[in-house]
Design a protein around this ligand. Structure first.
Ligand code: NAP
Ligand code: MG
Length: 398
């Protein structure tokens, strides 16, 4: 059988621990036998990040800018314990943070749905994708403990030294204050990423905030979305038969619970953080959640939403059997291959991505799965497979 040819390489970002092990198996068993895989390879494993003073992460992100589509394995974000474990020169920053800063993107997370794992919300039939703004607000805030009576104000000093101020509160006892910000440029990028992603996936887009209470801050988000939609996307949305609408976050939450799914829900940074955990656990499992970073100029980076599955890796190193779920990592590969196929007009490559996804889903739907899913499936007596045997079972379904 001749393998499917590619024209432009994918940017491949290898990673750490158990997911690095799965990465190799997925390539060997599920992709290379069918696709003449072309990639530009970057080793983002922590050892190599340390050896290159993290330059490899920046180079990988630049390559993502250049080629357009990347697939990334989960990576360790170092903490004090990792500095010791890997004898690191520095506590290197989160690779995802570095890549996000270079691509200026928005993260979209969507659950992978199978018929024998039921969502906790009965009406959900299709995935709900969360689009989380990844800059500012409470994640870049300044805070202060107020010890006792006094006046707290917001002060802005412009380039000429002219001050603008507004009272936060006249305290007559102890309390707390917080000052946070966002940038119109970042909100515009967020909006464009959401509109492009809605068009590229053919789904409606909802955006929610709290503009009735936050009449300047949240209202600015609402206005920027509306303006960009009217000017740049309205006609394309009409042609694609999809809609954009803004609603208050309370209303959005109520509607989501009664919806059938199948749309994108754009959220401000904090709302997206909280709501994506709610959506993923209500759909079943973090190991069945895909994640893609989309830049406003249409660059894509696909990955699994979970981490490196450290506990399983240590067992693997001890020679023990593991049953780690590779589905989200398989879908990172199929997402990237399909996007590459779309951009390069390679129908065979897109069709292969569809086939591999169907193979993974039908394997699970026939009752063959890893341990994490066996615990929550409606299939009686599922066949629990170890990490590699599950991948081989998927191959048998291709
Ligand atoms: P994690 O790797 O997502 O794993 C947490 C737990 O969730 C696992 O111990 C396992 O539970 C379960 N789990 C997650 N993915 C699974 C899968 N594919 N199959 C089966 N079970 C799965 O999170 P973590 O342990 O907090 O973080 C480990 C490392 O990953 C950290 O160094 C962190 O920095 C990094 N991380 C990276 C990314 C990324 O690159 N995008 C994201 C998050 C975390 P049981 O042990 O109970 O089976
Ligand atoms: Mg969170």
């Amino acid at each position: 059988m001749s393998r499917i040819q590619m024209t432009t390489p994918l940017v491949e970002m290898d990673g750490d621990e158990m997911t690095r092990v799965l990465w190799q198996w997925i390539k060997e068993e599920l992709i290379e036998p069918y696709v003449d895989l072309k990639t530009v390879y970057f080793d983002l494993g922590l050892k190599h990040r340390n050896e290159t003073d993290d330059a490899v992460t920046r180079e990988a992100a630049q390559a993502n800018r250049k080629y357009g589509v990347a697939v990334k394995c989960a990576t360790i974000t170092p903490n004090a314990a990792r500095v010791k474990e890997y004898d690191l020169k520095e506590m290197w920053k989160s690779p995802n943070g570095t890549i996000r800063a270079i691509l200026d993107g928005t993260v979209f997370r969507a659950p992978i749905i199978v018929s024998n794992i039921l969502p906790n919300v009965r009406t959900w039939e299709k995935p709900i994708t969360i689009a989380r703004h990844a800059y500012g607000d409470v994640y870049k805030a300044s805070e202060m403990i107020i010890p006792g009576p006094g006046k707290a104000e917001l002060v802005f000093t412009d380039a000429r030294g002219v001050e603008k101020r507004t009272l936060i509160h006249a305290f007559d006892g102890p309390g707390v204050v917080q000052g946070m910000h966002n940038l119109c440029g970042s909100i515009e990028s967020f909006a464009r990423s959401c509109f492009s992603y809605a068009l590229s996936t053919g789904q409606d887009l909802w955006f929610s905030a709290k503009d009735t209470i936050s009449k300047q801050y949240d209202h600015t988000f609402k206005d920027i979305f509306q303006e960009i939609f009217e000017k740049e996307y309205k006609d394309d949305f009409a042609r694609a038969g999809i809609t954009y609408f803004y609603t208050l976050i309370d209303d959005a939450v109520a509607r989501v619970m009664k919806s059938k799914g199948g749309f994108i829900w754009a959220c401000k940074n904090y709302d997206g953080d909280v709501m994506s955990d709610m959506i993923s656990s209500a759909f079943g499992s973090l190991a069945m959640m895909t994640s893609v970073l989309v830049s406003p100029d249409g660059k894509y980076e696909y990955e699994a939403a979970h981490g490196t599955v450290q506990r399983h890796y240590y067992r693997y190193l001890e020679g023990e059997e593991t049953s780690t779920n590779s589905v989200a990592t398989i879908f990172a590969w199929t997402g990237a291959l399909r996007k590459r196929g779309e951009l390069d007009g390679l129908q065979e490559l897109c069709a292969f991505a569809d086939r591999l996804e169907k193979a993974a889903l039908s394997t699970i739907e026939e009752g063959i799965m890893t341990k994490d899913l066996a615990l929550i499936t409606t299939t009686p007596d599922p066949q629990v497979k170890n990490s590699l045997d599950f991948i081989k079972a998927v191959r048998a379904h291709i």
